[in-house]
Design a protein around this ligand. Structure first.
Ligand code: AMP
Length: 194
């Protein structure tokens, strides 16, 4: 099994690269942001709570998101592995994920950190906002999301460094260039597993 965590600030290209990784390695793409947006669309109780946090650029509480993800992971049938996009976003979530995977006799295989500078992140998110229809892709909320990333989410990097699972990926260049760097890192993990 290959379980990849794709990590990075908002706008670092996690979603775009996840789709390419999914195609290449036959993994299941799990985006907690997409899951929450589906909950909001359906008007579920979780969606109603999530919307308040998302529109403020804040994180959805750990317990809610972890329960949602745990249910999904434990309900998966036979698969080659998963790519987690947008989770974990706190050290508590990273620890919870370790526990959920342990219950399933699984583990994170690698954490890929897409590194992109600030100016480029904001530029990409504003361009995305012109067509995404996302209520959080506006300058004010983008700035809050990046601040939340700096204050809370970035500590997840240290967690995976300590676990020995961290890989830095230069996240600028063409989509295919970045994907090439990712494949190199993932292939090295697969070689080790073999
Ligand atoms: P994303 O689509 O990954 O950019 O996520 C959009 C928004 O959903 C985030 O700004 C958070 O409000 C919320 N969200 C997504 N994943 C998580 C998570 N793992 N923990 C907390 N909130 C999350």
């Amino acid at each position: 099994m290959l379980n990849v965590v794709i990590f990075g600030a908002p706008g670092s290209g996690k979603g775009t690269q996840s789709e390419k990784i999914t195609d290449q390695y036959g993994l299941k793409h799990i985006s907690t942001g997409d899951m929450l947006r589906r909950e909001i669309k359906s008007g579920s109780p979780l969606g109603i709570i999530a919307k308040k946090h998302i529109d403020q650029g804040q994180l959805v509480p750990d317990q809610l998101i972890t329960e949602m993800l745990s249910k999904l992971l434990k309900g998966l049938g036979a698969i080659n592995g998963v790519i987690l996009d947008g989770f974990p976003r706190t050290v508590e979530q990273a620890e919870a994920l370790k526990g959920i995977f342990a219950d399933m006799d699984q583990k994170v295989s690698v954490m890929l950190n897409l590194e992109v500078d600030r100016e480029e992140l904001i530029k990409r998110l504003l361009i995305r906002g012109e067509t995404s229809g996302r209520s959080d892709d506006n300058l004010e909320t983008i700035q809050k999301r990046i601040a939340v990333y700096d204050e809370i989410t970035s500590s997840v990097i240290e967690f995976y460094k300590k676990e020995g699972l961290y890989k830095s990926i230069e996240g600028t260049g063409s989509i295919d260039q970045i994907f090439g760097r990712i494949c190199k890192a993932v292939d090295a993990v697969l070689e080790k597993q073999a």
